[in-house]
Design a protein around this ligand. Structure first.
Ligand SMILES: Nc1ncnc2c1ncn2[C@@H]1O[C@H](COP(=O)(O)OP(=O)(O)OP(=O)(O)O)[C@@H](O)[C@H]1O
Ligand SMILES: [Mg+2]
Length: 325
């Protein structure tokens, strides 16, 4: 199967007066049509920066330094601003972190949704538009009358459903949902995630779900990527990541979870994440890694196969191979 999204060696830095913050550092991964890819990692590890980079929504002092982001074969990083604007929403849509609280408060849901059609020069009669909006709201489990409401009249769960309805309104191939439910209570979270999953399956788009909640992640994702200090340190099928994590960071993360059921990872692993202005040499995780040896302090580990479809960036994999040989 041809991948729908291929991210290669993506680096995005924030240029601060104290120097460049390497928020995303040579990240590569591939997404297949219909796949649900979960991106996890502690706060500040670069998850939102990846999301914003894929949509080219990084604002100064942030800057995409290098890499490629191929959506259906087209490198988004090579498009003009206007071409990119056309891709957004139509081909790749973002439910951004905090989106539900940034809905324009003086605009009714109807107009928020019509903006998407208008920005993509989709000409609809008012009747057609009304029907489409009702259908989209229906898909996310909301009655058509929600179109008449202002954001402040909606509960948190309803707002998030509206954000999802907007994201799917033009049938994108890829949807990125950045912590879409972290502000909601657990029951509402689960329902919203079920809705996201249902619409994703209906329209056949691939989803990148960014999150902290391992319970939700285990339920939603089929493939998981683990970010640490701007690097993708492990990725693989969700069951393998949970049952047989290969990177010591992921192992510690899994050990620190009291149970998989709705546990937040933010309490997590002992020690502090590195300063991204001056990341440690070698493996970024080595100062916190219980297994670090000499090579880890000088050599940057590359992602390598640990099992079928399962990659990790850790020198221990080479050592294991040597022992096995
Ligand atoms: N505008 C900015 N200027 C300077 N540094 C920034 C800026 N925005 C983000 N950063 C830094 O980039 C790094 C990655 O941030 P990012 O928001 O991508 O992390 P995250 O994984 O999404 O975290 P969270 O889980 O808290 O949402 C962090 O170290 C952050 O401090
Ligand atoms: Mg974030």
């Amino acid at each position: 199967m041809q991948p729908i999204l291929e991210v290669r060696d993506l680096s995005t830095y924030y240029h601060t007066p104290r120097g460049p913050v390497k928020a995303v550092d040579e990240v590569s991964f591939t997404l297949h049509p219909g796949q649900r890819f979960g991106l996890i990692g502690e706060s500040g590890s670069g998850k939102s920066t990846i999301a914003l980079s894929l949509l080219r929504l990084i604002r100064p002092p942030g800057q995409i330094e290098s890499g490629s982001v191929r959506l259906d074969g087209v490198d988004l990083l090579s498009l003009s601003d206007e071409e990119m604007r056309q891709k957004r929403l139509a081909d790749i849509a973002l439910v951004s972190q905090g989106a539900m609280n940034s809905l324009n408060p003086v605009t009714r849901v109807r107009s928020l949704m019509e903006d998407g059609f208008r920005n993509h020069e989709i000409e609809l009669s008012s009747e057609e538009s009304e029907q489409r909006i009702a259908a989209l709201l229906g898909r996310v489990g909301l009655p058509p009358t929600v179109a008449n409401l202002y954001p402040h009249q909606l509960s948190g769960g309803m707002k998030q459903r509206v954000c999802i309805a907007i994201a799917i309104s033009l049938g994108p191939k890829v949807i990125i949902a950045d912590e879409p439910t972290s502000a909601l209570d657990v029951v509402v979270q689960r329902r919203v995630m079920q809705t996201l999953r249902r619409v994703q399956e209906d329209i056949g788009s691939a989803v990148i779900l960014i999150g902290h909640d391992m319970g939700l992640m285990a339920q939603f994702a089929d493939h998981v990527g683990v970010m640490y200090a701007g690097k993708l340190v492990e990725e693989g099928p969700v069951r393998q990541i949970f049952a047989q994590p290969q990177h010591p960071y992921t192992q510690l993360l899994m050990d620190s979870l009291p149970s998989l059921d709705s546990r937040d990872m933010s309490g997590g692993v002992a020690g502090q994440p590195p300063n991204l202005l001056a990341p440690p040499p070698g493996c970024v995780f080595h100062p916190r890694c219980p297994y670090a040896f000499d090579r880890c302090r000088v050599d940057v580990p590359k992602l390598q196969m640990a099992a079928p479809h399962h990659r990790a960036a850790c020198h221990l994999l080479d050592e294991k191979e040597k022992i096995a040989a």
